[in-house]
Design a protein around this ligand. Structure first.
Ligand SMILES: NC(=O)c1ccc[n+]([C@@H]2O[C@H](COP(=O)([O-])OP(=O)(O)OC[C@H]3O[C@@H](n4cnc5c(N)ncnc54)[C@H](O)[C@@H]3O)[C@@H](O)[C@H]2O)c1
Length: 303
């Protein structure tokens, strides 16, 4: 089987695939323009979030049998269409969860103690002790919108830090220690709101002006899920009016953003979509991608 690696993948796991008999070519800088000319020669492809696999690309690759996405979401792949063409689509749903959950917790602590602003003043050689009376996160309510793998990992860590956790997720069974609530109940109760759901046509812009109006004054928002679930214009309004005391954003409607106005606000801290960017997550992703492709190739062989 011939596999094209389209995005950064740990070398060790590429070697594992080769040792198992797969022919693996690495083009981890391949452009969307080049893909339709190169991919038709392959049986399988490995992508992360950089490479998008849309219907038009699938249509020019009649030999494609398998797409493996290293990571959680499948929103970068027209996966239903791929499946309708007989292509197997797999991802590595658990490999990133702990890393994203840790980033979320880190962001909550940074927001509670204004650590970014405190660091900036220290670097400017200012000893501005009086400006930095923060809050404890213990005893506060964390509202999770979406409580799948990452939501649950976040909840476990937040509860260990003494937070009360409520969650809104119509598709999961009740979870121990987490109170399942409606979205409106969550908006009314939470001191911190963190998003851990996929971006779909239903969830796009699901947090807008109407939802901000229902939140507690001084709420803090963390989005390490997908940009565009929170409407960025409405968030800007809520941050400038003081309704939202602070936001931490790892993801943006456009990446990189073309409009940087949110990032210019003092009460916004941010990162360039690095939720899964830890050595441990990369290694787990690489190992799982290799295992899935090797299994797939074995199952393809005639008995
Ligand atoms: N920042 C990053 O680098 C990074 C890394 C990995 C994943 N993510 C994002 O995090 C999201 C969550 O990942 P996961 O591994 O927990 O996925 P998951 O599939 O395990 O959980 C998602 C949960 O969202 C729920 N959900 C779906 N629609 C909902 C809605 N309208 N309202 C409330 N809940 C809803 C689902 O029932 C599910 O339980 C992914 O979809 C991805 O977009 C971001």
């Amino acid at each position: 089987m011939k596999i094209l690696i389209c995005d950064k993948t740990e070398k060790e796991y590429i070697e594992q695939m080769r040792a198992a008999g797969l022919t693996v070519d690495v083009r981890d800088d391949i452009t969307p323009e080049e893909l339709p000319n190169v991919l038709p020669a392959y049986d399988g492809m490995v992508v992360r979030s950089r490479t998008k696999v849309r219907q038009a690309l699938i249509d020019v690759c009649p030999n494609l049998k398998v797409i493996v996405r290293g990571g959680a979401g499948l929103d970068t792949i027209d996966h239903e269409y791929a499946k309708s063409k007989g292509i197997v689509v797999m991802n590595t749903p658990l490999a990133n969860s702990a890393s994203v959950a840790e980033l979320t917790i880190g962001y909550m602590l940074m927001l509670a103690r204004s650590l970014y602003k405190a660091t900036s003043t220290m670097k400017a050689e200012k000893w501005d002790k009086k400006s930095f009376t923060g809050d404890e996160i213990g005893g506060k309510t964390l509202g999770l919108i979406g409580c799948g793998n990452i939501g649950k990992e976040t909840a476990r860590r937040a509860m260990a830090l003494g937070m009360k956790v409520v969650a809104c997720d119509p598709y999961v069974a009740p979870l121990s220690g987490i109170q399942m609530v409606t979205l409106d109940e969550l908006l009314a109760q939470a001191d911190y709101i963190s998003l851990h759901l996929p971006k779909t046509k239903d969830s796009a812009n699901m947090i807008g002006a109407e939802q901000f109006a229902k939140m507690k004054h001084g709420v803090r928002i963390i989005n390490c899920a997908r940009g565009g679930i929170v409407n960025e214009d409405a968030l800007y309004e809520a941050l400038t009016s003081g309704k939202v005391a602070g936001a931490a954003l790892d993801v943006f409607a456009e990446e990189p953003p073309t409009d940087w106005k949110l990032l210019k606000l003092d009460n916004v801290i941010a990162s360039p979509h690095i939720g899964a960017g830890t050595k441990e997550a990369q290694a787990r992703v690489g190992a799982e991608v290799a295992e899935k492709l090797i299994d797939f190739a074995k199952n393809m062989q005639p008995a």
